[in-house]
Design a protein around this ligand. Structure first.
Ligand code: CP3
Length: 341
């Protein structure tokens, strides 16, 4: 069977390997059952046997080529000492943090110690996972983490965080450097404990102005990848710089990623043409298409395949699975991907 791992080993399967961003989550009744017995979402992330169970749930149900560690990008700010909680209707809430005082309120030394439960989760999953199934570890990219940390919550424009960044540009750049170190140590530890692919989520990369793209997205990402490659030169790293448009060309060429996860608005035929041939592409079906299902979904699977134009790619969504996604549509989608040639 085709796997993500053999894609990274230069063996191109005829039908693409597949997994889904947020494949473990609220659209699965068995996830909701486990979630109910935990006080908070972070409790679930930090309880290794439950986090391992939830990681494996989508693989028990569906024919997928990868497991993704069950955790969250915001465990990094939490492990650095910022208060983080997840409210049912409001999304994540973080205690306030400013560029002038973060050094006093955060502790950059303890991160991997504080994230031990996550590494234990990896060991538990690894025991159960077939060796042909890729095991993806992940973290948020420095820019996206910095936005959440300075904004204190999710936002459409992260204007409060960006204003701080613009007003104290040097301090913000130093803050990103500290996050590069923290994120790299977390990703390196994940590989040490057993994941064999990494994905870097830069969900809000599209909010970085073009004038600062090189300084705040490209340089921190490439520093981060250089640090990881010093410890693990061969681990494949998938970058997901959502919403960056034409800057994908520079990101693909200069960040050091092995693969690029494309959002749903990126034209695949353009990406397949302008991005270096050795980069594996991933994506990019609209998550709402998986909610809709039926003929539109079947057709879109075919169109994505044709637009990739025989280039090695991993079938995935352009963003995470939505909680209202019908399970039948996920099953159909997998069936239709498996018969592509
Ligand atoms: O299956 C997987 O993909 C692995 C687990 C995973 C989660 N979050 C679990 C989760 C991964 C890879 C993430 C990444 C993540 N988390 C991102 C980057 C990708 C993206 O979706 O843009 C971001 C920005 C976050 C931060 C975050 N976590 C937000 C904004 C929210 C609230 C919104 C929401 O969907 O509820 C979360 C909570 C969260 N993370 C849930 C899950 C399953 C839902 C919470 C719950 O079950 O109570």
């Amino acid at each position: 069977m085709s796997t993500i791992l053999n894609l990274f080993q230069d063996q191109y399967p005829s039908s693409p390997p597949l997994w889904f961003m947020r494949q473990a989550g609220r659209y699965l009744p068995e996830y909701r059952d486990v979630r109910k017995i935990c006080q908070s979402f972070l409790d679930l992330c930090y309880t290794p046997d439950l986090a391992a169970k939830v990681t494996l749930q989508p693989l028990d149900r569906f024919d997928l080529d990868a497991a993704i560690l069950f955790s969250d990008i915001l465990v990094v700010p939490h492990a650095l000492g910022q208060h983080v909680s997840f409210e049912e209707t409001k999304g994540p809430l973080l205690s306030s943090l400013s560029l002038s005082s973060y050094q006093e309120s955060l502790n950059f030394e303890q991160i991997t110690q504080n994230l031990k439960p996550t590494y234990e989760t990896i060991e538990l999953v690894k025991e159960k996972l077939p060796s042909t199934t890729a095991f993806i570890g992940f973290a948020g990219a420095p820019w996206t983490l910095a936005l959440y940390m300075l904004e204190g919550q999710g936002s459409r424009d992260f204007a409060k965080a960006k204003q701080q960044a613009f007003e104290q540009e040097d301090k913000f750049t130093q803050f990103l450097d500290k996050l590069v170190e923290a994120v790299s140590s977390h990703l390196i530890a994940q590989v040490t404990y057993g994941v064999n692919v990494l994905q870097l989520f830069d969900t809000w990369a599209g909010l970085c102005p073009a004038t600062h793209f090189e300084k705040w997205i490209l340089q921190p990402t490439s520093k981060l990848i250089t640090l990881i490659k010093k410890s693990y030169p061969h681990v494949p790293i998938i970058g997901f710089p959502k919403g960056i448009g034409q800057n994908l060309v520079d990101y693909g060429r200069f960040s050091g990623v092995s693969a690029l996860s494309l959002d749903a608005v990126t034209p695949l035929s353009w990406a397949a043409k302008v991005l270096p041939q050795e980069l594996v592409l991933q994506g990019n079906m609209d998550p709402v298409m998986l909610v809709s299902g039926g003929y539109a979904l079947e057709n879109t699977v075919q169109v994505i395949h044709e637009q990739m134009n025989k280039r090695p790619y991993i079938f995935n969504l352009g963003h995470g699975i939505l909680p209202r996604t019908p399970i039948k549509n996920v099953e159909d989608c997998i069936k239709w991907v498996r018969r592509l040639r």
